[in-house]
Design a protein around this ligand. Structure first.
Ligand SMILES: Nc1nc2c(c(=O)[nH]1)N[C@H]1C(S)=C(S)[C@@H](COP(=O)(O)OP(=O)(O)OC[C@H]3O[C@@H](n4cnc5c(=O)[nH]c(N)nc54)[C@H](O)[C@@H]3O)O[C@H]1N2
Ligand SMILES: Nc1nc2c(c(=O)[nH]1)N[C@H]1C(S)=C(S)[C@@H](COP(=O)(O)OP(=O)(O)OC[C@H]3O[C@@H](n4cnc5c(=O)[nH]c(N)nc54)[C@H](O)[C@@H]3O)O[C@H]1N2
Ligand code: SF4
Ligand SMILES: [Mo]
Length: 744
């Protein structure tokens, strides 16, 4: 394991080179993202803070509470918040290095408009007037659905509320889309179709109780380090088993008791084979399962063809191992089933999520503490945005756009004519971009997202963005891969510079207090949108003086809904972080776990066992493109690197795109460790440095996806990926396409 020991000295470039070499040698991620001890990499304090301000990490869905150390209006330190029940004072490499993202040379400081090939500064009044006018004119000419908003899954509840109130309530279009689409859409559709509603049942504290962790397509040690560390510690105490299912021997897999290094894309076959063994060997309590689940007989019949022999042939795993693990699952009393993008980012991601949850249902691991499917979403606010309705089919309080009565409730609350609120769902981002390409969508306003870097087949996405009649980009930085295409650029305040609250993946509330003023003229995203709303004539509906007033209005709309949050206030969030909805009254303690009575939101109060067939990825390796390309994250970078890419000590660890390849394939393709190669697919090509490792299955290569074309035209990893999407959820298939390698 690539554990490094800090010796307190400053890391020189040479040390970094050594670090990088150690990193490479430890196959996947050698810097020990979980128990990392290179002091310099974790040190955040640059000056003694005068005060500490409660906030939350800007990155992943674990949602670690933290305190921001401030001195003279500058963030000089962060520390984990001890009283936050999720992280209990801990922070990972990314969390510890948050302050570095604020003070970069490329912060967007002023509103700007396109001026020839460049941009020129304008004042806020002119900028928001222009945005309002463009929206008004476009809707007058082409109707409400000719405009759209694309936001992130990392914003505050209040921001989402304001966005949705304006677009869905006042402007009459449900085109409010979010990057949650790229992130967890298949998993959420899986939850909805397995449980009958969007209902994550478990709590993070369940990891302290479990006797079995099944981790599928999830590189948790790098993507959720604080949670994974807690799992590793709990496992030791409870003598729990950890099974990791991943075609790569990731750092996570290396720490597991059993690593199932399956052939990519074959998970559904494996899960159905587990069900086959459990059902045929009498490991399932049929009467009990039927009392809370529908679809039992159908599934039993369906999985008969998924014999261990058949699964072994398809997955490449030994038959005996498949049988043994099915038995372990069947016998487990407290099994936690956790999954990530290795299942979701697929054209059949929703099916894989269903088939994975079947295993929890069949083994009785549901409706009790320490057991069940624990879905920790990718971005920090993916849960919150769903509650507030920040997707094209949703309205606040998990209400559904097409449901007349639910739409009418919201219309009444907002004081608008129900006929003005559109009954048609808005469009997911693949269709919004297609709309731009075809000239049907005229105006796109992007807040807090960088699709020109993160969307699959990014050359196509860039071309679509370039076709917009009006593209408004609201970001904390400029240039980004996306901002280049903007007509209007709006500077957003970011983490530490604004106030709001969010709920993390376990439905827990945390407040983010403003710690410092934003640089230049940057302003909170919510304030910018409200200014535009008021200029569009909705002064009365957007008379909020601050985010707390917005929250107070939003929470009234949760009355009687699954996410009832009327018992929450800012003061309560600050005093007791992590209270989980439903929390209907001020004296309600919150709800750590749901469905302990095994009464579910689905038909007859039951969950659904779903019978699915396997389908190959849209593009499989062939004679011309013989390799399967997997993309994913690395521990020290976050998404498109607009933030972590500028923190020198993080950026230097992995300065360029690398490619993991199996020794046998390296030989076959006549390449060597450290060489540069050209990785090509039917859509584009990228230059990558070769890392030879037996940690990846033969026939596949792996590239980290964080690099966009601003890192170099030949570094844009998403110019390779395939713009095909989950059949239901429309999440991209980032984990599989056909590739070849050539001499660079
Ligand atoms: N450091 C860091 N942390 C992050 C982020 C970040 O950018 N950087 N982003 C956050 C966000 S938004 C998200 S969504 C999460 C993502 O977190 P993860 O889901 O953990 O990350 P990925 O690397 O996308 O994919 C997980 C694993 O799926 C495996 N995989 C690929 N194909 C298959 C397959 O066919 N079957 C199986 N079983 N596995 C497969 C890959 O090898 C990879 O190890 O991380 C969050 N945390
Ligand atoms: N090939 C491949 N591609 C992938 C993935 C993969 O596994 N493989 N994973 C996908 C996943 S899981 C995800 S979640 C997406 C992420 O995709 P994106 O959401 O597009 O990625 P980010 O880099 O997080 O973009 C956030 C943008 O908002 C800006 N920003 C940060 N804070 C603020 C703020 O407070 N206000 C404003 N206005 N702007 C702000 C940042 O500078 C940045 O430009 O990428 C996806 N892309
Ligand atoms: S685990 Fe996630 S939320 Fe916690 S500090 Fe790390 S990136 Fe932030
Ligand atoms: Mo994500």
């Amino acid at each position: 394991m690539g554990k490094q020991n800090g010796n307190g000295s400053k890391l020189s470039r040479r040390n970094f080179v050594q670090l990088s070499a150690a990193w490479a040698a430890a196959s996947a991620v050698g810097l020990d993202p979980v128990f990392g001890t290179v002091k310099e990499l974790y040190a955040s304090e640059t000056m003694k803070p005068e005060k500490w301000v409660p906030n939350i990490c800007a990155y992943c869905g674990v949602g670690c509470g933290l305190e921001i150390g401030v001195n003279k209006d500058k963030v000089v330190a962060v520390r984990g918040m001890k009283k936050n029940p999720v992280n209990r004072g801990d922070l990972c490499l990314l969390g510890k290095n948050l302050p570095g993202m604020l003070y970069t040379k490329d912060r967007l400081l002023h509103p700007q408009v396109r001026d020839g090939k460049g941009f020129k500064k304008i004042g806020w009044d002119a900028a928001t007037s222009q945005v309002a006018e463009k929206i008004k004119d476009t809707i007058a000419k082409h109707g409400p659905d000719s405009v759209a908003l694309y936001v992130s899954a990392s914003e505050y509840i209040e921001e989402y509320y304001v966005y949705n109130k304006l677009f869905k309530g006042m402007l009459g279009t449900n085109n409010v889309e979010s990057s949650a689409r790229l992130c967890w859409a298949s998993g959420v559709v899986g939850l909805v179709t397995s449980f009958g509603a969007d209902s994550p049942p478990c709590a993070v504290a369940d990891v302290d109780l479990a006797d079995l962790f099944v981790v599928a397509g999830y590189n948790m040690s790098s993507s959720k380090p604080v949670l994974f560390k807690r799992m590793v510690q709990a496992r030791k105490q409870n003598k729990a088993k950890m099974i990791v299912i991943d075609p790569r021997k990731t750092d996570t897999a290396q720490r597991a008791d059993i690593h199932l290094q399956l052939n990519p894309g074959t998970d559904l076959i494996l899960f159905n084979a587990f069900a086959h063994v459990m059902l045929n060997e009498g490991l399932v309590n049929e009467k009990e399962v039927k009392s809370y689940a529908n679809g039992f007989d159908e599934l039993k019949k369906h999985v008969q063809k998924f014999t261990p022999d058949f699964a072994s042939e398809k997955t490449g795993l030994p038959k005996e191992q498949i049988v043994e693990i099915a038995r372990t699952m069947g016998k487990s009393q407290k099994g936690l089933f956790m999954w990530g993008q290795g299942l979701n980012q697929s054209t059949t991601g929703n099916r894989k999520a269903n088939a994975f949850m079947n295993l929890a249902f069949l083994s009785g691991n549901i409706g009790k503490p320490g057991a069940g499917p624990l879905a920790i979403t990718g971005q920090g606010s993916a849960m919150g945005l769903r509650e507030v309705g920040s997707l094209p089919h949703l309205l606040p309080g998990f209400r559904l756009v097409p449901k007349d009565n639910q739409r009418a409730e919201v219309a009444k609350f907002w004081g608008v004519d129900p006929a003005k609120m559109s009954p048609n769902k808005g469009k997911p981002i693949p269709f919004l971009l297609k709309g731009l390409e075809e000239g049907k969508l005229k105006l796109l306003w992007i807040i807090h997202s960088n699709p020109a870097a993160t969307f699959p087949n990014s050359s196509w996405a860039r071309n679509a963005l370039s076709k917009a009649e009006t593209l408004i980009v609201q970001d904390a930085y400029h240039p980004t891969e996306t901002s280049k295409y903007a007509h209007i650029l709006l500077p957003g305040a970011q983490w530490a510079e604004k106030e709001g609250c969010l709920t993390n993946s376990e439905r827990g509330y945390t407040i983010a207090r403003k710690a410092v003023n934003a640089p230049g003229e940057a302003r909170p995203d919510m304030d910018i949108v409200m200014d535009v709303a008021r200029k569009l004539g909705f002064e009365k509906q957007f008379a909020f003086k601050n985010s707390e007033e917005v929250f107070e209005e939003y929470k009234q709309l949760t009355a009687g809904r699954p996410c009832d949050s009327r018992g929450m206030t800012y003061a309560r969030m600050e005093k007791t972080p992590g209270i989980q909805w439903p929390v209907p009254t001020a004296d309600h303690p919150g709800t750590p776990r749901r469905f302990l009575d095994r009464k579910f939101p689905g038909k007859d109060g039951k969950v659904m066992l779903r019978s699915h067939d396997h389908k190959d990825a849209a593009e499989m390796p062939d004679a011309e493109y013989p390799l399967n390309l997997i993309t994913g994250l690395i521990a020290e970078q976050y998404h498109s690197r607009t933030r972590t890419g500028k923190i020198d000590k993080l950026a230097r660890i992995t300065p360029e795109v690398f490619m993991e390849i199996h020794p046998d394939d390296a030989k076959k393709h006549k390449t060597t460790e450290g060489a540069h190669v050209k990785v090509a697919t039917r859509r584009g090509s990228v230059k990558a440095r070769v890392r030879i490792t037996d940690g990846i299955t033969r026939g596949s290569i792996f590239l980290p996806y964080h690099f966009g074309y601003l890192s170099g035209e030949d570094q844009a990893v998403n110019s390779l990926t395939n713009n095909v999407f989950d059949e239901k959820a429309k999440q991209p298939e980032y984990k599989a396409c056909a590739a070849k390698i050539e001499k660079a």
